[in-house]
Design a protein around this ligand. Structure first.
Ligand code: 0RA
Length: 691
């Protein structure tokens, strides 16, 4: 791409940073762990834009010991010249003015990272400090700081310590380095999650072929063990764990490599994924005529399910949207035409429906465009209807070109054959829906002796606890408030539905019971409006088995009751890991960090109990720590967590021992539930009458 002339005069200026400090949620969604990572993505996105437009090919993200994070790229370096209107350097504008940057005039970059897109200034506003270095012949430096101005009763955030300084120190390097310390006063947690960062960086590397992305995590990590000293007192040992090795992500095959990776554990019907990319015109309502870049890669596997990862401007659109519809339409149209022309569909056969061509489809779809509208519960659904047609056209045109290529007939024959099997199966197995319906309706029959149902009939209020083990189930039954809490104890491990068909799943007793208990159907007939519980809470032990059970259940919900997850009705209960006590004083700790805090609170001579399972708790303790809405911790499951659950099972139970060890090391603290979920604490005025 030819360099466009660009300087600080092109940077647009909007409003001040206090607004961000006053209402962080407006800019970054939440101040939980998601919001925390959001301010890192803002910085990463800038470097990705620089790379996507051909100016940089290496990005390094580092998590420092002190809790700060940094992003380095080898691009052109942020503009260091002074904007003649505002008399500020480009760097200062980028970090102190909202929405500043080349992004919004669409001149400097063809397309750039969307949703995030609130700009690096938001990261600055929500950081204790931020420092920038630009390497352009010499090293330029600038520091920013946030503090509370007591006199003016106002946050001074992201204030330059001094103007951009040219240190005159010569450098052969090029690019930008940004390091910042998230503000502990803003965020509920400032604990970066290794997996979240690694997963996103890997994804970005797939989406930006050839770009090398390094990830270094230098933070110290500890685990705690209890021991009894010579005098019989409990002492807690703090044990330092090794930091993970630096990781590098670089994929010369881009999304084709992504598809290969996604189908690694599956049996592919053809070895090389199909790939195409095209640029189409698009006319978004209320915006000037524009372009949309459509890129996709896919293969078919022997799986029943579709796994489609779609992205808009590098942002994962978990909830789908019009680009996915366009993709499916294009694929369906071409496969239908091909199948008619090549005898896979006879004159008497009706055309395939989308589900038929989706079976076993493993695909990545990415679009890049301007004027994106994100919708949905988690703002991960593409809401621009105008996108559907150009995507459909790009896909149809791409597949037709691929069909015309030598050797590809074998592949399309396999796709058509697979669709035909799926269609036949669909027609034969209408029965499935009837079975599911029956399972939903015969609650009285199925549940005797298993479910301790609540007496209340208000789904808004009602909670279903799915409890690991009969004995913990018994304790939970004693602990509950009968009026609105139901207990479903699980005997052993539920069926892992990942590799099972819907019909096989329905033959499993535990699963039937679960479907009956929730009472809203199953799979395609699932209707979230009918759920008897607005909170379905998974309660398992804080160990590997417990994690496995949790993942199996999440996989089930993801696959067969996805709308229940989408509606935010699925939760993970968090039993405490420790009890710290002395005489009558009792404190519970839900993770290791909290343990330190609670030990300090109780003081010298404390005793420590580490809970190994729910079964070790009395009904009173279980109520107080895990079930009482006023005091418990619940984690609301997001669709992303549920989607990840199947991968976690593969890792835990599969034969790749190395992956498992690594995963367990990184997630040693099981109670943090795979890390990346916002913790919610519920308050309710009255907890109700207990049994
Ligand atoms: C706009 C123009 C120029 C560079 C950048 C943006 C730029 C921004 C970031 C943010 C992180 N890394 C970055 N790298 C580059 C070019 C300015 C010029 O050529 O004068």
């Amino acid at each position: 791409m030819a360099e466009k002339s660009y300087n600080a005069d092109d940077l647009k200026i909007l409003e001040g940073l206090e607004a961000v400090r006053v209402r962080p949620g407006m800019y970054i969604g939440s101040t939980g762990v998601k919001g925390l990572h959001h301010i890192l993505w803002e910085i990463v996105d800038n470097s990705i834009d620089e790379a996507a437009n051909g100016y940089a090919d290496e990005i390094t993200v580092k998590l420092w010991k002190d809790g700060s994070a940094s992003v380095r790229d080898n691009g052109r370096g942020m503009p260091t010249d002074v904007n003649s209107k505002v008399k500020m350097s480009g760097v200062e504008i980028i970090f102190t003015k909202l929405h500043a940057g080349g992004k919004f005039d669409n001149n400097n970059y063809a397309f750039s990272g969307g949703l995030h897109g609130v700009g690096a200034s938001v990261t600055n506003a929500l950081s204790e400090w931020l420092s920038v270095e630009v390497y352009r012949g010499t090293v330029f430096k600038m520091d920013f700081k946030s503090s509370y101005d007591k006199e003016r009763k106002k946050w001074q955030c992201g204030i330059p310590v001094a103007p951009l300084q040219n240190t005159k120190q010569k450098t052969a390097e090029k690019g930008t380095f940004v390091r910042f310390m998230p503000d502990k006063e803003v965020f509920e947690t400032v604990d970066w999650n290794y997996e979240t960062v690694a997963k996103r960086l890997r994804e970005l590397a797939y989406l930006n072929k050839g770009v090398r992305i390094n990830f270094i995590d230098e933070r110290e990590r500890f685990t705690y063990e209890e021991e009894v000293d010579d005098n019989g007192n409990a002492v807690t040992l703090k044990i330092k764990q090794p930091a993970p090795e630096p990781a590098t992500f670089k994929y010369d095959g881009g999304i084709t490599d992504f598809v290969k990776h996604m189908s690694e554990d599956k049996t592919a019907l053809y070895a090389q994924p199909l790939y195409y990319s095209a640029i189409k015109d698009v006319q978004i309502k209320g915006a000037p005529a524009g372009k949309i870049k459509v890129e996709f890669a896919f293969c078919h596997t022997k799986d029943d399910n579709e796994s489609l990862y779609s992205f808009v401007n590098n942002i994962s659109t978990v909830e789908g949207g019009y680009h996915e519809t366009g993709f499916h339409n294009g694929l369906l149209k071409v496969i239908n035409d091909y199948s008619r022309a090549n005898g896979f569909l006879k004159a008497k056969d009706s055309a395939f429906i989308a589900d038929d061509v989706k079976e076993g489809l493993t695909a990545v779809l990415t679009v890049k465009m301007n004027n994106v509208q994100f919708e949905g519960q988690t703002k991960t659904k593409l809401g621009n209807p105008e996108v559907k047609l150009p995507v459909e056209q790009a896909v149809a045109e791409g597949l037709q070109k691929l069909i015309a290529e030598r050797g590809s007939k074998v592949i399309f024959d396999k796709i058509a054959q697979k669709a035909k099997f799926a269609a036949d199966d669909r027609i034969k197995h209408r029965a499935e829906r009837d079975v599911a319906k029956a399972a939903s309706e015969n609650d009285g029959l199925n549940l005797v002796g298993k479910l301790a149902a609540c007496s209340g009939r208000n789904p808004e209020m009602n909670e279903l606890f799915i409890v690991e083990g009969d004995s913990a189930g018994g304790t939970a039954k004693q602990a509950r408030v009968r009026q609105y809490q139901s207990i479903l104890p699980l005997r052993g491990k539920p069926l892992n539905v990942q590799k099972k068909t819907a019909l096989q799943a329905l033959q499993n007793e535990e699963i039937k019971t679960l479907i009956s208990a929730i009472g809203a159907g199953f799979n395609r007939s699932f209707d979230v409006e009918k759920t008897k519980y607005k909170k379905v809470i998974i309660l398992s032990d804080a160990d590997q088995d417990g994690m496995h059970i949790r993942c199996i259940l999440l996989t089930f919900f993801f696959k067969y009751m996805r709308d229940l997850v989408n509606a935010g009705c699925v939760y993970i209960g968090m039993p405490p890991l420790y009890k710290v006590y002395k005489n009558d004083a009792v404190e519970y700790a839900y993770d290791d960090a909290e343990l330190d805090e609670k030990i300090k609170k109780i003081g010298k001579g404390y005793q420590l109990q580490r809970y190994k399972g729910l079964g070790e708790m009395s009904a009173e303790q279980l109520w107080e720590t895990t079930m009482n809405p006023a005091t418990r911790n619940l984690i609301q499951v997001t669709i992303e967590n549920a989607a990840d659950a199947a991968d976690v099972i593969d890792m835990l139970m599969g034969d790749k021992v190395d992956g498992r060890k690594e995963f367990l090391n990184k997630n040693a603290n099981f109670n943090k539930v795979d890390g990346f979920i916002d913790k919610v604490r519920f308050e309710r005025e009255s907890a109700g009458e207990r049994d």
